[in-house]
Design a protein around this ligand. Structure first.
Ligand SMILES: Cc1ncc(COP(=O)(O)O)c(C=O)c1O
Length: 494
């Protein structure tokens, strides 16, 4: 009997690597017979550039390829599959209209080297998106170049350095709260700054007294995420910004959590001087698996001379790319950056309008508070008060039964949910950081609550069902340390 070659459970296929499929000589194309004389390869490619051996590429047909990738995609989990409560990631639904607009041939097939006169529509979109984002941020100018939040941070820190350097002293230090995302201190360090971590107070917030104590003329900036990674609004933000400014420092805003503020409050009005926005979070774009994304940086007018080049300028009814910014930090990203993400964000903004954007923040906050209050009887919630778009629970109660945050996260997969962000922020031991977003209906929130309640109950009754979870996924627990330390993605052939 010929083996099927794939393990199978009902219609859920096991899937071999693409290299293990196909057979020698099988191809996925059919070309017409040659209508020119055959030429030896060494007449075309110098021997030094020729391979000695053929690469070990898969020899597969078109249907092999289509089935392979479709099956893999069906093992995946996405926001189109179900609730994806990954805290500080804002995994929201991506309306299909954005996808359609991004696929319009005029956008999708535009050549990145098209001359300005032939891409006026593209430049108009970039210009208008900049204007909308500046308005939302409460700041003056925006560069859409950074390709991720982390690159937006890097651009911002480089601009801060350039700004201070232009005044004679780039300064040395950046203050970063201990609840910050790891990219914050990394961006400082890549820009040549040392960082000082400021401890959060008992309410999970930045303490103005700590800022006052640490602020001096050596400090270039303070980086602040508001709402912070505990989902809490920094109540003293105005005073904190004033303290930083009073010593000539700048306030950098990590806008990863902007979903909570849209249309309600503007970071620029609070005193922030720069802010990156994550289009792939707040402004809907399919993300995960590493991108692509966009992390535009918004700044006050005083920082505009340092923006990355080019900037789009409007002259009459025409748009042009301006590279003539002598103090610019330079070019960050090729061509028009991740342009398809910009198109999606533009479509999202226009389709929602100002009232729709405000509704996002209201619903995201309502959903997070609903989950928080419903989970509070079963899980320890260290800052159990009104939150913004997300909140943090812990495994403190379940640890009494030998169950940890990792076990809770793994068991959630058996219940059909993507786990929340875990063990972050670091200041909360065993953190489960939950962000439902505005996309979820009450029914889907209730299903998640029921799953979390079941897990809390299983922890008491049958802890081993959690410590050995997941049971229903393709693979159960991996050796995650080994997978991270000895990652090997190469195909070694036969
Ligand atoms: C609070 C915070 N800041 C910055 C980032 C970095 O953003 P990106 O992943 O787009 O580089 C993240 C990413 O999750 C984040 O949660």
């Amino acid at each position: 009997m010929i083996s099927s070659g794939v393990g199978q459970s009902g219609l859920i296929f096991e899937e071999a690597l693409i290299f293990e499929k196909g057979s020698p000589g099988r191809v996925g194309y059919s070309l017409p017979p040659m209508d020119v004389p055959e030429t030896k390869i060494h007449n075309l490619v110098p021997p030094s550039l020729q391979r000695k051996e053929l690469p070990d590429l898969p020899e597969v047909s078109e249907i092999d390829v289509v089935r392979h990738f479709l099956r893999l995609s069906q093992w995946n989990y996405s926001i189109a599959t179900g609730l994806y409560p990954l805290g500080s990631c804002t995994m929201k639904y991506n309306p299909r209209v954005n996808e359609q607009v991004a696929r319009l041939p005029e956008f999708a097939h535009a050549h990145p080297l098209q001359p300005e006169e032939l891409c006026q529509g593209i430049l108009l979109l970039i210009y208008e998106l900049e204007q909308h984002l500046a308005e939302i941020a409460g700041l003056d100018r925006v560069s859409l170049q950074p390709a991720a939040g982390a690159q937006g941070e890097l651009a911002g820190m480089m601009m801060i350095r350039a700004y201070h350097a232009a005044q004679g002293n780039p300064r040395r230090l950046v203050l970063v709260p201990d609840s910050a995302h790891g990219t914050n201190p990394s961006s400082c360090s890549l820009s040549g700054y040392s960082t000082k971590a400021l401890p959060s107070n008992a309410r999970g917030l930045i303490d103005p007294a700590e800022v006052r104590k640490s602020m001096n003329e050596e400090v270039a900036a303070m980086m602040i995420t508001n709402p912070n990674t505990l989902g809490l609004f920094e109540e003293e933000i105005i005073e904190i910004c004033q303290i930083v400014h009073s010593h000539g420092g700048l306030v950098y805003g990590d806008g990863a959590n902007l979903n909570a503020l849209l249309g309600i409050a503007r970071p620029g009005d609070m005193g922030f001087d720069l802010l990156h926005l994550n289009l792939h979070k707040t402004f809907s774009t399919p993300h995960g698996g590493g991108g692509p994304g966009a992390g535009p940086i918004a700044v006050r007018a005083a920082l505009a001379p340092f923006l990355p080049v080019p900037v789009v300028e409007k002259e009459g009814n025409r748009f042009r790319l301006n590279y003539d910014l002598p103090a610019s930090i330079g070019k960050l990203r090729a061509f028009h950056s991740n342009f398809a993400i910009l198109v999606r964000a533009y479509a999202y903004l226009l389709s929602l309008g100002a009232a729709g954007l405000r509704r996002i923040a209201e619903m995201a906050t309502l959903n997070a508070n609903y989950l928080r209050t419903q989970l509070a009887p079963f899980y320890h919630i260290p800052f159990n008060r009104l939150c913004k778009h997300e909140f943090v629970a812990t495994d403190q109660v379940q640890q009494g039964f030998g169950v940890k945050t990792l076990d809770i996260a793994k068991r959630l997969m058996d219940k059909g949910f993507h786990p929340p962000t875990i063990y972050f922020p670091h200041i909360v031991p065993g953190a489960l950081m939950i962000e439902p977003t505005e996309s979820e209906s009450k029914e889907s929130l209730d299903q998640f609550i029921a799953a979390m309640e079941e897990i809390a109950e299983e922890a008491q009754r049958d802890p081993s069902s959690l410590t050995s979870a997941p049971h229903l996924t393709k693979v159960s627990r991996l050796d995650e340390v080994r997978a991270a330390r000895e990652l090997d993605l190469r195909w070694k052939g036969k």
